[in-house]
Design a binder for this molecule. Structure first.
Ligand SMILES: [Zn+2]
Ligand SMILES: [Zn+2]
Length: 356
């Protein structure tokens, strides 16, 4: 009955508004407006976790969209920080799209300010993959001052602007992840600050081990050229989670330079064991709710937007869905050991949480 009355009220309001309308122009239906998907990650101690994508393209290189679209898209996807990193050396739309290497940033910046999204100025130094490779220069001041015929000098030009240099997609378009002579030269000169372990639809497990061995932060970026929503339908887009003390460009850069990042794609997380355990413990509360002579029963509450997959004391897989609680029991004869199976802290190693 209440439903019927509500329907009548809606019908009356609708007909009243139609009466007041111009009969030659009817608006259908009302536009909801833009909606942002909120991705919930609790703070990790004093750190706020920012959701970032440091590798995206527009029509100013070989992408399909205008720079302002990238801002709106990232805001709708729940991101906090992006960098538009159009190629310097590959400009297939040049005949139709005028501008210089700073133009994508300059077009996107007012939109980013309006939406409250942090926009990091960046560009992609783009040389032959498998020989030289691609490198994103992030936090730069002037992309026009970076190009040079010599790729080493181009990276040096970025460094002169205090750029953070990212080694992009080590496994893309090659059979296996190998460090080339040129890339080794950059590592030896301390000119690589981070590496993509995830690029677009690719994940490079071996590169997780490189980052751990070289003590470099891990990145997961979309390298999107088309439309994000057409590529990721069952999970969030790839994101680099950055643990910041201060929500500012300096705060993000400072966090990256000391390695406080976690790469995310397809409900998988990659980073150091410490950071992964910090993230897990910030997201999941584990409480003993029943104690007996032989076993204890625990409740496990996930306060985040991500699912976690665990194994308790080497047992079978258990999924803790987002914003949900599960129960599990474990022998009380030994300490609790929780292996987090959708996190990787080396090529084939998962972090293990030990609870006394
Ligand atoms: Zn590239
Ligand atoms: Zn790219």
């Amino acid at each position: 009955m209440r439903k019927f009355l509500s329907l009548c009220v809606v019908a009356l309001i609708s007909s009243a508004s139609i009466i007041g309308q111009n009969v030659n122009k009817v608006y259908i239906p009302e536009r909801i407006g833009e909606v942002r998907q909120e991705i919930v990650i609790p703070n990790i101690g004093d750190y706020q976790v920012l959701k970032c994508d440091f590798h995206i393209h527009t029509v100013f290189s070989d992408g399909d969209v205008w720079p302002t679209y990238r801002v709106q898209e990232a805001w709708r996807d729940g991101l906090d920080v992006i960098s538009i990193t159009d190629h310097i050396e590959y400009l297939p739309h040049k005949k139709y799209v005028k501008g210089d290497f700073n133009t994508p940033y300059e077009l996107a910046k007012p939109q980013a300010d309006k939406y409250g999204l942090m926009l990091v100025r960046g560009t992609e130094i783009t040389r032959k993959q498998g020989v030289i490779g691609h490198f994103n220069a992030l936090f730069i001041e002037d992309a026009n001052a970076i190009p040079d015929d010599d790729p080493f000098v181009a990276v040096q030009n970025a460094r002169k602007q205090n750029a953070f240099v990212l080694f992009n997609h080590p496994g893309w378009a090659v059979d296996t992840c190998l460090v080339t002579e040129f890339q080794q030269r950059l590592f030896d000169a301390d000119m690589i600050d981070g590496i993509e372990v995830v690029n677009h639809m690719e994940y490079y497990p071996r590169v997780v081990s490189w980052c751990i061995d070289k003590k470099l932060p891990m990145f997961a970026n979309s390298d999107e050229h088309g439309i994000i929503s057409e590529d990721y339908t069952t999970c969030f887009r790839p994101m680099t989670l950055v643990l910041v003390e201060e929500n500012s460009q300096n705060g993000v850069k400072e966090a990256l330079l000391v390695g406080r990042s976690i790469a995310y794609t397809d409900n998988k997380f990659m980073s150091t064991e410490d950071l992964l355990l910090d993230l897990f413990e910030a997201c999941v509360d584990i409480k003993m709710i029943q104690h007996s002579d032989k076993k204890n029963v625990y409740s496990c509450t996930n306060k985040s937007s991500f699912p976690f997959v665990i194994s308790v004391n080497g047992g079978g897989k258990k999924v803790i869905p987002p914003f949900s609680t599960i129960h599990f029991s474990a022998s009380n004869k030994k300490n609790l050991e929780i292996t987090i199976l959708n996190m990787w802290c080396y090529e084939d190693e998962h972090p293990v949480l030990k609870i006394d």
